[in-house]
Design a binder for this molecule. Sequence first.
Ligand code: SAM
Length: 278
Amino acid sequence: MSEAVLYVVATPIGNLEDMTPRALRILESVALIAAEDTRHSGRLLSHFNIKTPMIAVHDHNERQQQQKIIEKLQQGKDIALISDAGTPLISDPGFVLVREVRSAGFRVVPLPGCCALIAALCAAGVPSDRFAFEGFPPAKSQQRVNFYTALAAENRTLMFYESPHRIIDSLKDIVTAFGAERPVAIARELTKTFETFINGTAEEVLAQVEADPNQRKGEFVLMVEGAPQQDDSLLDPRSSEVLDILLEELSVKQASALAAKITGIKKKVMYQAALDRK
Ligand code: SAM
């Protein structure tokens, strides 16, 4: 394993105070910073008085630039990868580079920090134990509806990035695909002056964003709570029928206990299935 390192460095998503001391030290000490947009990152670096040279590595030149970067690493020079905001590789360039640098035998070291989806998830009050990040939904409406519809039965919290010009259409498509009652949250302008969270049913959140033009400005993370667990999947059709018949006459507790006895299915599973029917 060679000595030189590629550091993958998270940068702020709005508030410059979120820059970590370790990120500053590494950006100052490396030989080169690979940035998505050198003009954009130039402003960040000059704010912190960092004079390290930069090279542009973006979606359109990542493959060409990786050779240059590997050559620098072979010369023993450390390099830092940053994106315009947040964590590189998360809906940002860098994956191809990281994979190639690792397979060339160099160490890749993460410097964790801001990431819009994690910032949104930890404060939105949506279930955070299991979630799936799906990046940006397609830009075209029909494709977007299909994309959302394919996710409608997912039980995990679903997370998306969305642009301000598509936020209304995207929320409309969420209502279509997930239903008007599905709990939704949006996190807007995280870490910035107009940071806002909106929670409600899909229909309510859409109505709030439609009613207030300010709510359509800035940067967004969209969250859709997962579909409720369907315990029916645990019950075969016959057991399901037994439970339904008993529930017509008995309480949840009595019906599920009896149905469990008749079918041999665990009491706890039957009880949950009975609750789901109420
Ligand atoms: N790599 C970044 C990260 O770690 O979050 C994401 C880059 S992606 C190109 C940009 C998208 O992230 C924006 O369109 C928006 O959906 C989301 N985003 C970035 N900053 C945000 C912020 N301050 N508040 C809300 N969403 C943000």
